[in-house]
Structures are given as structure tokens and as C-alpha cells.
Design a protein. Structure first.
Length: 504
RNA sequence: GGGCCUGUAGCUCCAACGGUAGAGCAGCGGACUUUUAAUCCGAAGCGUGUGGGUUCGAGUCCCACCGGGCCCA
């Protein structure tokens, strides 16, 4: 019989075990020794990054000594000890540089201290910039300082950290072990900066609208629910920024955009995370065709910013983000793809039967517009490869977009599809308060009929429209998907630093 | 929600028919004054996600649970 209450495992699951585990106890002992000797520094002044060295000494010859002294800082990746010599790669944000340590320069005592360092430690070092006999640009260390000790071992220096769960849960390890993780994180920032720049160039102003709302509006999606204690009211996290941004255009801000976190209470898969980033923009006096041009320009600019090219490789195939993108109406796309001779006036029973043939199970409250959209989703969406504006969505499924100026049944709307996924959604904004109220009421009827994703009525938004929303072109871009596209990633968790995961 | 796959040392991975768990890297000890995943020598380290079951014997088979992946709704 064993006493089950006795802790028996010595895994590195918690900090208590660090003292006991063979891979960490020496590190902990060294850590404590530093603390007893006065502790670690609070700051450190470096004079060069790894990239600076490459930039400043591009033509250094093997064996050359520059006579220039720099101070660098970073994480120690490895120590290659060669008796009285040490080669030690150190990485900082800009890249990796090599420290060259020899006894003559650093002295007996310093050399011994350097040998005490462990992979993962943060250190600062000062020394002359040299090239080794093999020509590797290096800092010949004359002094160094341990900035903070790493108590836990680094992942495999060659294979890095591969397990996707571990990489996602412990992104800090992923980032220190895998260059690709770091590159994607930086690419994301580059892309978002470029998005911001593109809109600012066009005179848009960036705004912030509420995340915490009495009722989430602006899209058809299930919200997260929460509660405000002081006000004692139930609240929801936003599922879009749409109606608030349009309120600002009513107020006269004319061109606004927001890059913000959106929350939708839905499943997790390769292209969905419960919280994700969306860019929405609204431009007074523009219509949806103006927004198509905007999207073409913005996507090309982001691709160029990220990759210096508008050609993109995804899953081993190439596509081009150079303008112009193809354009096709939703109805034509469905007709072309299915061969069905249908339109919005086709008898609903015929449409439903056609939908059934394509694996769609129409619900009783669906009209022709909803059926056509379902057919598009089922038969067309995944077949689109090159960037394509799919236009003129049915009124029935577009409660916030303006009816088409000359065609019945449809709206002035488009979605951009690339490689089988939606990247943008835009329309000439519905600015008729009477029409908007009717659309909301139609949605309310669908909700009553059992569609729990139907758009709720927003009376204050109607009120805003009653003050007058100018003709406006609006746009939403899925930022995470754009980053996926431009970094060649096929799973959204690869472009979100901390994707939503079930707690361990 | 359904189907298939998966969890082994800090990391990356092996382990015929069920036969009592190995390697590389990291770590530890040693050699080495120009390495680039340094090299060489030596000694160690896991009882296989958790809990049951079948069996003389279970990473290997069965069940449940906890995570994860892929595909589908």
C-alpha cells in the first residue's frame, strides 16, 4: 500500500518542484546565490543590437578586430566551450549575435563565471567587435553581467518546440525557441500598422467604441453575456463595431475606423477564435464600389508591407493580391457553379429543392434570399481561389445594407473571398430610418421564428439614423485572416499570440 | 454534436506478435584557444495523460474521464 496523499511526482509542473528537479535545481541554487550577493540589476544600458552590428560592420574580414567597443544584451541560447574559449550565441529582438569569450580578455575569474551561465539566461556584455577566424561577427567579451537567470530549461535547440498545444499555451516559450513564431508576431504588427497607415492616409480617424454593451448589435452572431454589478444589468460583449461607428458618421466624423477585438460565442476551428480582431471603416459620401477600390488598394499595400510582393503563397499554391479583383454577383456565382437557372423570383419550393440537392436543409422561415445565400455557402464559397468580390447579397440576409439602386431583392453589398474564405464584408450603408426599422422588425420576426442569431432591434440606432446618416460606404476586414493569408498560415491560432484554449 | 487520430525523459522522437521502455539534443562529470546543431569520453534521467478492466504479463488490447489534432455538421 502506498500513501496516496504523499506527493510522488517531481515533474516541472509547479514552482515548488524547481528546487528538486535535476534540470532546474542547479539554476535555482545559482539564482539564490545572486540574490544573496545583491540581486539582479534593475536596468541595463546597451549600445548595439545584433542587427546594428550587422549594419555597422558589413564587410568585416575573418580575424579582423575593429577597435570598436559595444555593449549588447540578450538571451543566451547556447554555450560552445572549447577549453579556454567560449562561443556563445545571444539573441535579442533584432536577431542573434555571437559572444566570443577567451580567458586572456575576460580573465580567469570572469571566465569561470561565464561557464556558470545557463542557456536561457539574460545577459549583458561589453567588448570589442571582431570577426573570428571563420569570419563570424562577434563581440569579444571584456565584461558581462547576468541580468536575470532562467530557471527552466529551453526546448530542443535544433527542433525547437513543436507541440501545437504547448506552443499555444506557452507562447513565451514558442517565441524564444522558434524564429517563425517571432516572425509571425512581427508580421502581424507590420500588417496592422500598414492597415492603420492606409486609413490615416485617406483621412480616416481612428476611434474606440464600447466593447461592453447592453445588447450586442451589428452582426448576426451569438454574444458572450456578462453582468455589471454596480448597475445590476446584464451586458454583452460586442460582436461588431458597426452601429457605433455609423453613429459617429451621423455625428459628422465622416471617416472613421476602428481596429478592435470582437467577441463571438462560437466554436474554435482553423479560422475561428472566440475573440478576434476586426477592422471596420465608414466613409461618408462613398458607396460600395468606392469601397471595392479601397479594399484592393489596402490589401495590396498590406501584402507589400509584409512580403514586398502582392503574390501570396498559401498551402503550396500561389495567388495574386494585385488589383483589380474579380467581381461577380452572388446570384450569378450560384448559377455558374450549380448550373441552376434560378433567380430571386423563382418559386420558393423550387429553390428549396435545389438547396436540398446541395446538402442544404432550408428552414421554414427562409425566403429566396436566404436560400440563395445558403447555396452560395455550400456550392461556391470553397471553390473561390483568386480574390473575388461577390456582390449584391439578398436584402433578406443583409439587414444593415442599402437596397440596390436599380435591382430588386438585393443590396449594394460585397464580400471579398480569397482561397475559399471571407476576408471582407462591405456595403453602401442603409441610411433610411424607416427601411432600417422594417429590416430590424423582419429580423425580430426571424428571431421569433427560431433564428437565435437574427439581428436585434436597436432603437437608439434608428434614432441616430433619424438625424441623418449621409450616404456612406462601410467595410469590415477580418484582420486575423488577413495576417494568416500574408504569413501563409492555415490556422488562426498561429497568428493570435494567445488563442482561446480550454484551461488545463 | 459526429467520425478518425493522438498524449512516452526538459525538448524532438523510436519501442515486431502484448514480454517488463530506448535514442538524439539539453542537463551532470571530464578533455579541448576559432566554434556555427562544435567534437570526443563517462555517468545518469522516463515506467508511458488520469482512473478502471482483460491477462501470468499492458505505452501496446478494452472502457471511462482529462487534454490535443484533423475532417464533417
Amino acid at each position: 500500500m502506498t500513501d496516496v496523499s504523499e506527493p510522488t511526482d517531481d515533474e516541472l509542473d509547479d514552482s515548488q518542484s524547481l528546487d528538486d528537479h535535476p534540470l532546474t535545481r542547479d539554476r535555482v541554487a545559482k539564482y539564490r546565490k545572486v540574490m544573496e550577493g545583491g540581486g539582479f540589476p534593475y536596468s541595463f544600458e546597451r549600445t548595439a543590437t545584433a542587427q546594428d552590428l550587422v549594419d555597422r560592420f558589413p564587410d568585416i574580414a575573418p580575424g579582423e578586430a575593429t577597435g570598436e567597443t559595444v555593449t549588447v544584451a540578450g538571451r543566451l541560447k547556447n554555450t560552445r566551450v572549447m577549453g579556454k574559449l567560449i562561443f556563445a550565441p545571444v539573441s535579442d529582438l533584432s536577431g542573434t549575435l555571437q559572444l566570443f569569450v577567451d580567458v586572456q580578455t575576460l580573465g580567469e575569474e570572469g571566465f569561470e563565471a561565464f561557464l556558470e551561465l545557463d542557456a536561457g539566461d539574460w545577459l549583458g556584455a561589453t567588448g570589442e567587435v571582431i570577426a573570428t577566424k571563420r569570419g563570424e561577427l562577434s563581440v569579444k567579451v571584456s565584461s558581462f553581467q547576468l541580468l536575470q537567470k532562467s530557471l527552466r530549461p529551453l526546448p530542443d535547440k535544433w527542433h525547437g518546440l513543436k507541440d501545437v498545444e504547448e506552443r499555444s499555451r506557452r507562447r513565451y516559450v514558442d517565441l524564444m525557441a522558434n524564429d517563425d513564431a517571432r516572425n509571425v508576431a512581427i508580421a502581424r504588427t507590420t500588417i496592422i500598422s500598414e492597415l492603420r497607415r492606409q486609413f490615416e492616409l485617406r483621412g480616416y480617424i481612428e476611434v474606440e467604441t464600447p466593447i461592453l454593451l447592453p445588447e450586442a448589435t451589428g452582426a448576426t452572431a451569438r454574444p458572450f453575456a456578462t453582468h455589471h454589478n454596480a448597475l445590476d444589468i446584464d451586458m454583452q460583449l460586442r460582436i461588431a463595431t458597426e452601429l457605433y461607428l455609423k453613429r459617429l458618421v451621423v455625428g459628422g466624423l465622416e471617416r472613421v475606423f476602428e481596429i478592435g477585438r470582437i467577441f463571438r460565442n462560437e466554436g474554435v476551428d482553423s479560422s475561428h477564435n472566440p475573440e478576434f480582431t476586426m477592422l471596420e471603416s465608414y466613409e461618408a459620401f462613398a458607396d460600395y464600389t468606392d469601397i471595392m477600390t479601397l479594399v484592393e488598394d489596402v490589401f495590396a499595400a498590406c501584402a507589400t508591407a509584409a512580403n514586398d510582393s502582392t503574390d501570396v503563397e498559401l498551402d503550396g499554391r500561389w495567388l495574386s493580391l494585385a488589383a483589380p479583383f474579380a467581381r461577380i454577383t452572388m446570384l450569378d456565382a450560384v448559377r455558374d457553379r450549380t448550373g441552376l437557372d434560378i433567380d430571386y423570383d423563382t418559386d420558393i419550393s423550387v429553390l428549396r429543392a435545389a438547396a436540398g440537392d446541395h446538402g442544404v436543409q432550408p428552414e421554414d422561415h427562409w425566403g429566396s434570399g436566404k436560400v440563395v445565400e445558403a447555396l452560395f455557402d455550400a456550392a461556391v464559397e470553397s471553390t473561390i481561389w483568386e480574390p473575388t468580390f461577390v456582390t449584391e447579397h439578398p436584402i433578406e440576409v443583409s439587414p444593415l445594407s442599402r437596397a440596390h439602386r436599380s435591382k430588386p431583392h438585393v443590396t449594394e453589398r460585397f464580400e471579398l473571398f480569397i482561397a475559399g474564405s471571407e476576408y471582407a464584408n462591405a456595403f453602401s450603408e442603409l441610411n433610411d430610418p424607416f427601411d432600417q426599422r422594417e429590416r430590424f422588425e423582419a429580423q425580430a420576426a426571424m428571431k421569433a421564428a427560431g433564428d437565435d442569431e437574427a439581428h436585434p432591434v436597436d432603437d437608439d440606432y434608428i434614432r441616430a439614423l433619424e438625424y441623418g446618416l449621409p450616404p456612406t460606404g462601410g467595410l469590415g476586414i477580418g484582420v486575423d485572416r488577413l495576417v494568416m493569408l500574408l504569413t501563409g498560415k492555415t490556422h488562426i491560432r498561429e497568428v493570435i499570440l494567445f488563442p482561446t484554449m480550454r484551461p488545463h
